[in-house]
Design a protein around this ligand. Structure first.
Ligand code: AKG
Ligand code: FE2
Length: 507
C-alpha cells in the first residue's frame, strides 16, 4: 500500500504544469476541489520533475551514461520496443533505468504479446510486471527510486490515484440529470426519447438484482471466460485483477455473449434473469431478428474503470442498468462540442487522446460550465437512458456490475428512427456490430420494416429525406460540399428545432 503523500509543495505544482495536478476550477461549483487532492507516494518513490529543483540531493538521471541524450518521453517510447529480458537487464543497470523499465503499461503490452495459452496459465499477481515475471508480491525487489524525477513516470501514477469524488460530487443544479420513479411507454415516447434520465424504480423486480453479487458471480461463473477488451479471462482471474491492479485505465469486462455463456434467459419467460423494461416500448431493431447488430452487454469493472467519450453505435439509443456499484455519467447533446474531444470532419473518427482520469483533470471543469452539460449518478438498482447521438463519458465510482442494451425506439414523431435510417444509409463505413455477411444493413432494415411497419417506415423515410434535403440547402448556402455538411453542424437533428420528440419538456 502506498503511504500517504508527503506534502511537498513542489510535487503538486510540478504536476499542475503538466495538466494533471488538480482541478483548475475557480468557482464555488467545485467546492470539493478545494480539498487537498493528495496523491500517495509512488511505489518506487519517483517524483514529479519539478521536485528536482527543490531537491539538494543526487539526481538519478546523472548515472544513465549514453542514454542521457534521450529526453524522458523518447526513452519511454524506445522502451516500448524492448523485450522482457532486455527490459530486465536494462533495468538492472541503474535506478533511473530501473524506474523507466518498471511501468505496468510496458509489461501489459508484453503480457498481451504472449501466446494465448501462456497468458492464460499465468496467475494474476497484482500487477502486469509481476504477472509476466510470475513474481509474487513478497518477492518483488523494493528499489528506492526517490532520486528519480520524471513527469513521464509520475503522471500515469497520479492519474491512477486521482480522487474521483472531486469530479462526481457537487453537480451544479442546472446540470443535474432528471431522476424519475418510472415512466409508462406513452410518457417515454411522447416526451423523453431525446432526454437522458435515471429511473429509480424500474428494475427492482429483476432477479439479477439480488442474485448478482460479486461473490455469487465468482461462485457461479468463476470458470466462465468473459471478454475484457483485448483478453478473454475467466471471471475468477478478472475478479483478482479488479481487486488489485495499478492501471490508469483498468481493463473493462464488456461481453456481448454473456447470456449464452452464463446460460441465462433474457425476456419475460418465467425463469428469466432480467428483461427489457416496458417503458422503452418496442425496439424497432427487433425486426432484424437474429441479424440485428450486437445489442446487449454485461459490463463489470473496478472503481475508475469506464467508457471514454463516445456516441452509441448506428444512431441507437440505450439503457444502462446498474446491478452493483455506481456510475457517474457526464453527457452532451448530439451537436455539442465536447471539450477535449475532437471529431473528424465526417464524424468517423473521434480523438480523445486521454484516459478518463486525464480528461477529468484537464477538461471536466470547462465541460461542466457548458449549458448543455448533463451529469448524474446511476446507483445500484437504477437504470439510465442514453438518447441516440448523445455524447457520454462514464466512470465507475465503485467496482460494479451493469447490463446495457441498445435499441431503436418508436415514438410519434419518428425522429430517432429517421436518425438510424440516415446513419445506416449515409454512413455505411461507420455502421458497426452487424455480422460480416450482411452486405447492406440499410436495405435489410428498410425491407424488414416495410413488412412489419410499412406506415412507420414511409413516414420515417420522408422525415429522413426532409432532414437531408434541408441539410443540403444549408450546405449550399454556406458553400460546403456534401461530405463537410455531414460534420459538426447538423440542421434539424436531435430535436433542437422542433423536429424532436418534446425536446426539453418534462413529463
Ligand atoms: O457502463 C459504461 O461504462 C457505459 C457503457 C456505454 O456507454 C456503452 O455501452 O455504450
Ligand atoms: Fe455508450
Amino acid at each position: 500500500m502506498p503511504s500517504a503523500m508527503a506534502s511537498i509543495p513542489g510535487r503538486q505544482d510540478a504536476s499542475l504544469a503538466n495538466g494533471v495536478g488538480g482541478s483548475h476550477e475557480p468557482n464555488a461549483v467545485e467546492a470539493s476541489a478545494s480539498r487537498p487532492s493528495s496523491i500517495p507516494s509512488h511505489p518506487l518513490g519517483v517524483k514529479p520533475l519539478g521536485n528536482r529543483y527543490l531537491s539538494a540531493g543526487p539526481n538519478a538521471r546523472a548515472s544513465v551514461g549514453s542514454w542521457a541524450f534521450l529526453p524522458d518521453e523518447m526513452l519511454a517510447v524506445v522502451l516500448e520496443h524492448v523485450d522482457k529480458s532486455d527490459l530486465l537487464s536494462l533495468g538492472a543497470t541503474c535506478k533511473f533505468l530501473y524506474a523507466f523499465c518498471h511501468p505496468d503499461e510496458l509489461w501489459k503490452s508484453l503480457f498481451l504479446e504472449l501466446p494465448k495459452e501462456r497468458g492464460q496459465s499465468l496467475r494474476w499477481q497484482g500487477s502486469w510486471r509481476r504477472t509476466v515475471l510470475a513474481l509474487p508480491k513478497e518477492r518483488e525487489a523494493n528499489v528506492d527510486c526517490s532520486n528519480v524525477f520524471s513527469d513521464v513516470l509520475h503522471r500515469p501514477f497520479a492519474c491512477t490515484n486521482i480522487d474521483l469524488a472531486q469530479f462526481v460530487t457537487n453537480i451544479p443544479k442546472a446540470n443535474q440529470m432528471r431522476r424519475l420513479d418510472n415512466l409508462t411507454y406513452e410518457q417515454y415516447a411522447e416526451r423523453w426519447t431525446e432526454q437522458p434520465f435515471v429511473l429509480t424504480n424500474c428494475i427492482q423486480d429483476w432477479p439479477v438484482r439480488s442474485q448478482w453479487t460479486m461473490d455469487r458471480l465468482l461462485q457461479d461463473y468463476g470458470d466462465v471466460e468473459f471478454r475484457a477488451e483485448a483478453v478473454d479471462w475467466r471471471f475468477a482471474r478478472y475478479r483478482s485483477y479488479m481487486r488489485e491492479n495499478r492501471d490508469e485505465s483498468p481493463l473493462y469486462l464488456f461481453d456481448r455473449k454473456f447470456a449464452e455463456k452464463m446460460e441465462i434467459k433474457v425476456g419475460r419467460e418465467a425463469d428469466a434473469a432480467y428483461w427489457r423494461p416496458d417503458c422503452f416500448g418496442p425496439d424497432l431493431f427487433e425486426v432484424l431478428g437474429e441479424e440485428r447488430p450486437a445489442h446487449r452487454w454485461l459490463i463489470v469493472g473496478p472503481e475508475r474503470s469506464g467508457s471514454t467519450f463516445h456516441k452509441d453505435p448506428n444512431g441507437t439509443s440505450a439503457w444502462n442498468a446498474v446491478i452493483q456499484g455506481a456510475k457517474y455519467w457526464i453527457m452532451f447533446p448530439p451537436t455539442a462540442q465536447v471539450p477535449g474531444v475532437y471529431v473528424s470532419r465526417d464524424s468517423s473518427e473521434v480523438t480523445s487522446p486521454l484516459s478518463i482520469a486525464e480528461w477529468l483533470l484537464a477538461f471536466h471543469g470547462e465541460a461542466r460550465r457548458l449549458p448543455e452539460c448533463v451529469e448524474g449518478i446511476c446507483s445500484a438498482g437504477e437504470i439510465l437512458h442514453v438518447p441516440s447521438g448523445w455524447w457520454h463519458l462514464v466512470v465507475n465510482t465503485e467496482s460494479g456490475v451493469a447490463l446495457t442494451q441498445n435499441f431503436v425506439p418508436l415514438s410519434p414523431k419518428l425522429n430517432l428512427l429517421s436518425e438510424v435510417l440516415l446513419f445506416l444509409r449515409d454512413k455505411p463505413d461507420q455502421v458497426s456490430g452487424f455480422a460480416r455477411d450482411i452486405g447492406n444493413p440499410y436495405e435489410l432494415f428498410t425491407e424488414r420494416l416495410r413488412r412489419e411497419y410499412p406506415e412507420v417506415l414511409a413516414r420515417a423515410l420522408d422525415l429522413a429525406d426532409r432532414k437531408s434535403g434541408r441539410k443540403r440547402k444549408w450546405d449550399t448556402a454556406v458553400g460546403r460540399g456534401d461530405e463537410e455538411g455531414a460534420t459538426g453542424f447538423s440542421f434539424g437533428f436531435g430535436g433542437g428545432d422542433g423536429d424532436g420528440d418534446g425536446d426539453g419538456e418534462i413529463a
